[in-house]
Design a protein around this ligand. Structure first.
Ligand code: ADP
Ligand code: MG
Length: 626
């Protein structure tokens, strides 16, 4: 029998396919099973209106058989089948023009691609594992069956065969094992079972396989040395109906929890389960979860954001990044849409209009769910925020603040007056009439901020202060700049926007003292002022200009030679006895007064959490006074 040649373009593509496009050989099974499912769909559709088909929906099935002796895998379906023309057209032509360019692009990019374009090439992926493919098929309504055979790029043959029922049987004769590749693994029942679970779990028709099991022989059951025997049982490998296709009202939360735990290998239950179904310009179903805790690797590179992407129940991508914005990267879940073809590359997906629309919808959906959780389920929201609040704050800061409007009402900060997390909107609603700014203070933890001298005046006025205890907090507020037209102001800022006339008077009277301290300290401080903030503490440091102490600390920790330094303003509490004593000493013992100025400056540094320039000098200084 004359061998027919694949068209030359096709030949090249086949070569490319087999050798370079797929990185995961295992997807061949998914492709063959998906084709079988399509074929059944077609016949099933005909059977709805044509009694002659003589089959019920429940009669349709796909069978897998692995034969270790002959090293073959056979996938059988009782779908529509193919006639000679179908075989010529569908299996004889791999791809049309344009595919060669595709190959060139591919080689340039050397990209990691599991899924290839809509080229009608899924079938040929089987050549990655098979040295020979035999297709025995008979089309519904035809008399004759056909056998199509090919050993790859050199062409194929078609001959007539006897076949009883319509449908298709695809026999893959596995390649010989090599040093790098062990094709025998695909003959193992657990491997096949695993692949079906992974890629084809939601194929609508049962995927059956005879599974070898072992059990204790009945007659040796009670003996001390029970004997085992092998037996075979036909099992359905796939679960068929995906949980996200079932109406929400029919699914118990426990089922969702179990699905989440199994799918995302998580111990905890999701904090929130979001089920959504959209029909319109794009049609999709999504099942999303907000975890109750951050996975241990969440803030590392190991963690991959993304949703699982299905096309009509068939997994096409394990982790589709494009479906989630960075600030919601903690969300887990799946999206299933019929609007995407099974064979679509990562590159193409990125530009896919449907996918972009789905991603936008999903972002909105998550935002709305979080907003409503904040309004109606505060306890859970706080739990969420404790786990992922940092991510939202990064979201505000990143991309030049592009997402800040979307995220700002989801933010929370610990409040000095409420002693719990509060939102910006709650803060602003509570602001005192004479209060100009939204105040915040930065420190290691709440306890440390509680005792910051700079906050004394704010506290005495009863102004609420937001605590910034994470390194991203202050950047977040800086990047927001204002909320509902109220500007943010750091407690360590030299101007808190509070009038204090008595202090202004004091300052005038004490210009001598201030000049003395400034001259003593020299370049260490840029200014010495009479404090309007301090009540019980003698001194504090405040920052002038754009850089705060926290920023200085942060930048110096990530880049020690950054030279980033906040302008230091030393504020003196003129009513404090230590300051008064120093003032008196200027007249009586100027050397001692200088020492006092140094000590007070060092104290201010310590309280601000900044390093002493010379710790041993400081202790000597103290000792010399004692
Ligand atoms: P695609 O599925 O994207 O069309 P494939 O290369 O996977 O591309 O398959 C090519 C074509 O071969 C299918 O569109 C279908 O017409 C035909 N085909 C493949 N497998 C079967 C099958 N089991 N039964 C009937 N037709 C099949
Ligand atoms: Mg296909």
């Amino acid at each position: 029998m004359a061998k027919k040649q694949f068209k030359s373009e096709s030949k090249r593509l086949l070569d490319l396919m087999i050798n370079s496009i797929y990185t995961h050989k295992e997807i061949f099974l998914r492709e063959i099973i998906s084709n079988a499912s399509d074929a059944i769909d077609k016949l099933c559709f005909i059977s709805l209106t044509d009694d002659k088909v003589g089959m019920d929906r429940s009669d349709f099935k796909i069978t897998i058989n692995a034969d270790k002796d002959n090293r073959t895998i056979t996938i059988t379906d009782n779908g529509i089948g193919m006639d000679k023309d179908d075989l010529e057209n569908n299996l004889g032509t791999i791809a049309s023009s344009g595919s060669y360019k595709f190959k060139q692009d591919m080689e340039e990019k050397q990209d990691d691609i599991d899924i290839i374009g809509q080229f009608g090439v899924g079938f040929y992926s089987a050549f990655m594992v098979a040295k020979k493919i035999t297709v025995n098929t008979k089309k519904y309504g035809c008399e004759t069956g056909y056998c199509w055979e090919s050993s790859g790029a050199d062409g194929y043959t078609i001959k007539e065969i006897e076949k009883d029922a319509p449908g298709t049987e695809i026999i893959l004769e596995l390649k010989d094992n090599t040093e790098e590749e062990n094709y025998d693994e695909f003959l193992e029942q657990y491997r096949i079972q695993g692949l079906v679970k992974k890629y084809s779990d939601y194929i609508r028709y049962p995927i059956m396989m005879d599974m070898k099991r072992s059990r204790v022989k009945e007659e040796t059951k009670d003996s001390e040395n029970p004997e085992y025997e092998e037996y075979t049982e036909t099992e359905i490998l796939n679960s068929m109906v995906p949980i996200w296709q079932r109406p929400k009202k029919d699914v118990e939360q426990e089922e969702y929890d179990k699905f989440y735990q199994e799918k995302f290998m998580s111990m905890d239950k999701p904090l929130k389960t979001i089920v959504t179904s959209v029909e319109g310009v794009v049609t999709y179903k999504a099942l999303l979860f907000i975890p109750s805790a951050a996975p241990y690797d969440y803030y590392t590179k190991e963690y991959k954001k993304g949703l699982q992407l299905y096309s009509s129940g068939v997994l096409i991508m394990d982790c589709c990044e494009e479906l989630l914005p960075e600030h919601f990267r903690f969300v887990r879940g799946i999206v299933d849409t019929a609007d995407l073809s099974l064979n679509i590359s990562r590159e193409m997906l990125q530009h896919d209009r449907h996918l972009l629309t789905i991603a936008q919808n999903i972002e909105k959906k998550i935002k709305n769910e979080l907003t409503s959780m904040l309004a109606n389920d505060r306890e859970n929201y706080e739990k969420f925020f404790t786990a992922f609040g940092r991510q939202l704050k990064y979201g505000v800061v990143s991309d030049y603040g592009m997402h800040k409007d979307e995220l700002l009402d989801l933010l929370m900060f610990y409040s000095s007056t409420e002693k719990k997390l509060v939102t910006l909107s709650e803060y602003v609603d509570r602001m005192k009439e004479e209060q100009k700014f939204i105040y915040f203070a930065t420190g290691e933890n709440a306890a440390a901020i509680d005792t910051l001298p700079q906050t004394e005046l704010l506290r005495s006025k009863g102004f609420e202060i937001l605590y910034c205890t994470e390194d991203v907090d202050e950047f977040t507020l800086q990047s927001l700049m204002q909320y509902k037209e109220k500007k943010f102001c750091s407690a360590t800022n030299d101007d808190l926007g509070i009038e204090n006339e008595q202090k202004d008077e004091e300052e005038k009277d004490s210009s001598g003292l201030l000049t003395f301290v400034k001259e003593t300290l020299g370049d260490k401080v840029s200014e010495v002022t009479a404090s309007k903030k301090l009540v019980s503490h003698p001194v504090c440091l405040t920052a002038k200009g754009g850089i705060s102490f926290e920023m200085e600390k942060y930048f110096n920790s990530v880049q020690p030679d950054s030279g980033m330094k906040a302008q230091r303003v030393l504020e003196l509490n003129l009513s404090h006895h230590a300051v008064k004593t120093m003032e008196e000493l200027i007249q009586t013992d100027i050397e001692k007064a200088k020492k006092y100025a140094e000590v007070l400056y060092c104290q201010a540094l310590l309280i601000a959490g900044l390093p002493l320039e010379n710790p041993s000098e400081y202790t000597d200084l103290i000792c010399s006074i004692i």
